[in-house]
Write a protein that binds this ligand. Structure first.
Ligand code: ACO
Length: 318
């Protein structure tokens, strides 16, 4: 059976990093570093420069992932870009990335599942590969979420950041068992009845009922992680790394605890990146792979939850 193996990963962060104090000062927000750190774990976020677009961030992350995979754009059959902050309403931001990378074959499209976008995009690309419709796919999560902020709304403006992460996945022969290298299972969910709890208003600014989002996040993440364990038959102690969506350290800790994983086996980058929506998981993955924590052969569990609501998980033997 064909498996999608992660062949390389990369990331890109805009040059400007703003600490909580610097953001509060620059945007005149009625908040404090102490409040933000205590409630969310966030210390700083990167903010895209004027004129720097989601496609620019995505292109940089994609180049890094291609180089890590030791492949060139000629090898890539499809690009799937998860984003909530596209360059334009149309065409897809993935089309711009395709052009930026000099890719004149194959196909490229966007996926919109907000903070679960990367898990959705990875699932879609995995299915294309396992069906034999693509051999190599570039899967990207990229956001300029700072452009969706009402800086006067302190309940959202301190939570988000900009960035991009990418992986290259490729078809490899497997035996159909958990010993195979590659993506072993994926699980997607959505519940559109919760649309209004986290959405953009008529001026394209994020509005959120933080308490309700928090409550649903804890419940949905726990259930999809259980589902992934049940589907694969792995016990929690067999998971080497949890790479969760990076929204809030308290949500990350909650999921890790529920799994019984020590904090050292949960990848957290929320302190430095804040919530970069669809970019958060590939950014965290790239961080932990490139610093040597995640190694070949280990079991990695991704989980995500976002507006919609959407949520999902993926189990990968790295
Ligand atoms: N600075 C200072 N005070 C603030 C700020 C701020 N930035 N924001 C809110 N407050 C105040 C509130 O006004 C409130 O004051 P009051 O008690 O006088 O009314 C007080 O802090 C407590 O507010 P709550 O909303 O009850 O704070 P809570 O403990 O729920 O934390 C938070 C808020 C951090 C947003 C939390 O609800 C959360 O993390 N929710 C999850 C949201 C999330 O991560 N969304 C991202 C997208 S979805 C996803 O990625 C999972």
């Amino acid at each position: 059976m064909i498996r999608s193996v992660v062949l390389g990963c990369g990331s890109y962060l805009p040059a400007q990093a703003l600490t909580n104090d610097a953001l509060i000062e620059a945007r005149k927000i009625d908040s404090s570093d102490e409040w933000i750190q205590r409630r969310t774990g966030i210390k700083q976020r990167h903010i895209a420069a004027e004129g720097e677009k989601t496609s620019d961030l995505a292109t940089q992350a994609a180049r890094a992932a291609l180089s890590d995979a030791k492949l060139t754009i000629v090898d890539i059959d499809m690009i799937v870009l998860a984003t909530t902050s596209p360059d334009d309403a149309l065409p897809a931001t993935a089309a711009k990335v395709q052009a930026n990378l000099g890719m004149d074959h194959g196909f490229a499209f966007d996926v919109q599942a907000v903070c679960s976008g990367f898990v959705y995009a990875l699932t879609i690309a995995d299915n294309f590969i396992r069906l034999g419709q693509a051999r190599h796919a570039l899967v990207i999560g990229a956001e300029t979420f700072s452009r969706l902020m009402d800086w006067n709304d302190r309940t959202t403006s301190v939570l988000f950041g900009d960035g991009a992460g990418a992986v290259v996945i490729g078809a490899r022969e497997g035996q159909g068992t958990n010993d195979d290298q590659g993506i072993l299972s994926t699980h997607l969910h959505s519940d559109g009845r919760q649309y209004d709890l986290l959405h953009t208003d008529e001026s394209r600014c994020v509005r959120m009922n933080g308490k309700e989002v928090f409550r649903h996040a804890v419940i949905n993440l726990a259930s999809v992680v259980d589902e992934a364990l049940e589907a694969t038959g792995f016990k929690p102690e067999e998971i080497d790394w949890l790479v969760p969506h990076q929204a809030n350290q308290r949500i990350i800790d909650g999921t890790g605890k529920k799994l019984g994983l020590p904090a050292e086996r949960v990848i957290s980058t929320v302190a430095l990146h804040a919530n970069t929506s669809a970019a958060s998981i590939p950014l965290a993955l790239a961080t932990a792979v490139l610093d040597g924590r995640i190694k070949r052969g280990q079991i990695v569990l991704l989980d995500a939850m976002g507006a919609g609501f959407t949520w999902g998980a993926a189990v990968i033997r790295w």
